[in-house]
Design a protein around this ligand. Structure first.
Ligand SMILES: [Zn+2]
Length: 388
């Protein structure tokens, strides 16, 4: 079978004869006398498109035979027209060519090998078997883009054996037989069966997104061409929104966030001071009593309820102190503390009486009562608590 994508990766439409069609698990398996559909392989995803008016879901190659997986059957012997989804394919060509360039430049500079390559829907990742610093990676990015904008021709062919033996090229495995060599002058020489653009200029752009340590080396995420452009627009839109929210220029949003964080922490300090004042006022206004004490402060959060309990415990040693806030969504948040009684047991008892849940340590427990205020007050009064 003739693989038209080797003649030219720019063939988007072609005619072919259906050699076989069988029903399989992943759809109707169609083999043609020739095809421009690239089968998944070498890190490049499958082409999709239409064949004889039927949707092509996936394309795979096994033992040199390219099989198309279709939604519906085709007639054997029929001449059909195939159209590949060019938008997707061209993105794959940009990404695959960009990957060669980056891998070649990193190999040349550091001697590292590309040991893993994945073209995902969101980004391309390449794994290298050695460590790189981010500023070194930025130098590689600059060099790759210089070569892209120099618009060099990319060559792909099957060189004769003598020529191949003398050639120094990157390869993931030991290759035998005909080897297809893809060459970017000044950028890379690599054995590859994928589809690539004809000139580096068509890659448009290489942009690194992130780099993490991975299996003793690094995993680099990048985007090329159309996907890099789409990513730029997505990020521009986000930055624009943030810029409007902060009333800051797009280039000054991080400084504006920094300033806002400073203001928030000042406000939090002031708020804490207010709470401390309210807690002191509460403590100062408490009557002398031998009873245990409960307090309802509807606006308090867990942190300030705990402060309140601790502060009252300092004043009323030996008592059990219960503080509640809420009633949000039908529940009271409670914190109960004591220096004598086991609060785990006490909170368990209260939970049973007030449809509550929660627990904690012997000194302090926390939870929620799903009961109305009247019920809570009645139960606590019955248990000998007075409301402060
Ligand atoms: Zn390639």
């Amino acid at each position: 079978m003739k693989k038209l994508y080797y003649d030219s990766p720019y063939i988007r439409e072609f005619e072919a004869t259906v050699l076989s069609c069988e029903k399989g698990k992943k759809g109707y398996e169609v083999v043609l006398d020739q095809t421009a559909f690239y089968p998944e392989g070498g890190g490049q995803p499958t082409d999709t498109g239409v064949l004889g008016g039927v949707k092509v879901l996936e394309v795979h190659e096994k033992g040199g035979i390219v099989t198309h997986y279709l939604e519906a059957p085709l007639t054997v012997g029929e001449k059909v027209c195939g159209t590949i989804d060019w938008d997707n394919r061209f993105i794959h060509m940009q990404e695959h060519s960009g990957e060669h360039l980056v891998s070649g430049l990193i190999h040349e500079r550091f001697g590292y090998d590309n040991v893993g390559f994945h073209m995902g829907a969101e980004e391309v990742t390449i794994d290298f078997n050695g460590l790189i610093e981010w500023d070194e990676l930025m130098e590689i990015e600059k060099k790759a883009n210089d070569i892209i904008w120099d618009n060099r021709e990319i060559y792909a062919d099957f060189p004769p054996k003598e020529e191949l033996d003398a050639l120094d090229y990157r390869s993931k495995k030991e290759l035998t037989g005909d080897v297809r060599i893809v060459k970017i002058p000044g950028g890379d020489v690599c054995a590859c069966c994928g589809t690539h653009v004809k000139r580096t200029g068509e890659i448009g752009l290489v942009k690194f997104l992130s780099m993490i340590h991975y299996k003793g080396g690094v995993r680099i995420s990048l985007l090329c061409g159309k996907r890099a452009m789409a990513d730029y627009e997505k990020k521009r839109e986000e930055v624009q929104k943030i810029s409007v929210m902060l009333s800051a220029k797009p280039t000054e949003i991080s400084a504006a966030v920094d300033k806002m964080k400073g203001e928030i922490s000042k406000l939090q300090e002031k708020l804490s001071e207010c709470y401390r004042g309210m807690i002191e006022q509460k403590v100062a206004g408490m009557e002398e009593s031998d009873n245990n004490i409960y307090v309802i402060e509807k606006e308090f959060g867990a942190q300030h309820l705990r402060q309140l309990v601790n502060r009252i415990l300092e004043e009323k040693k030996g008592k059990t102190i219960l503080a509640l806030s809420g009633n949000r969504e039908g529940g009271f948040l409670y914190i109960v503390g004591s220096q004598n009684e086991d609060m785990r047991l006490f909170s368990k008892e209260l939970n049973a009486l007030l449809s509550g849940r929660g627990g904690g340590s012997p000194q302090m427990a926390q939870g929620t009562f799903f009961a109305d205020e009247e019920t809570v007050c009645t139960i606590l009064n019955e248990k000998g608590f007075y409301r402060a």
